[in-house]
Design a protein around this ligand. Sequence first.
Ligand code: URA
Length: 237
Amino acid sequence: MKIRIDRFLSHMGIGSRSEIKNFLKISKILVNGKVINDSKIKVDTQVDEVFFDDKKIIYHEFTYLMLNKPKGYISATFDEKLKTVVDLLEKPYSNMNLFPVGRLDIDTTGLLILTNDGKFSYNVTNPKKKINKKYFVKLLYPFTDEQKNLIEKGIFLKKENILIENAVVEKVSEKEIFLTISQGKFHQVKRMLEYVKNKVVDLKRVKIGFLELDKNLKLSEYRELSEEEILKIFHKI
Ligand code: URA
């Protein structure tokens, strides 16, 4: 694909079009080893070698990040009052128009994917696609066999008139469980536990599809996903 150098660089988060114009003016951009000053020059995204500030910039249409979401951030791209997960990103990612795939509550931590690929986001979040989301849940009260049976049998949430089915529960300790669901209704895990007369005190998402949260990522840290990891979400490898 051939595109203008300024579009290439703004898409990869190097800066706004006007910032890039300035970078071109001060000779910070090289294409195939030659300094480029004209923003209208076209480059072949697959063939040409583009360097910005001595760093090779590889073009790709979409970007996918795995974030270990901390508490205190909402899963949105903008809010007048609250901090959003996008506020955690630094350049170049903060310039890429990334958005969160689905939602975690403000007080939920763990695996959140950010991308600029709308189709991917739809495929991960649409309940019909049945992509599992696994949570580690800390509870206020001991988790009973009766509660386990109720959840596994299916829970009817009256407000939305929906049946939560196919939930899988693994008990970890008296007040800790793993819960896997494929739907993603508002406060779903909290409401499921409320329904069985328990209460969530801490919630962390640990897995989406077959992709686990990278244990090396501390809260607020993020990294790009590999192609293999993206396929893992959909169990294609
Ligand atoms: N269910 C919840 O209740 N909260 C989340 O953040 C995710 C799932």
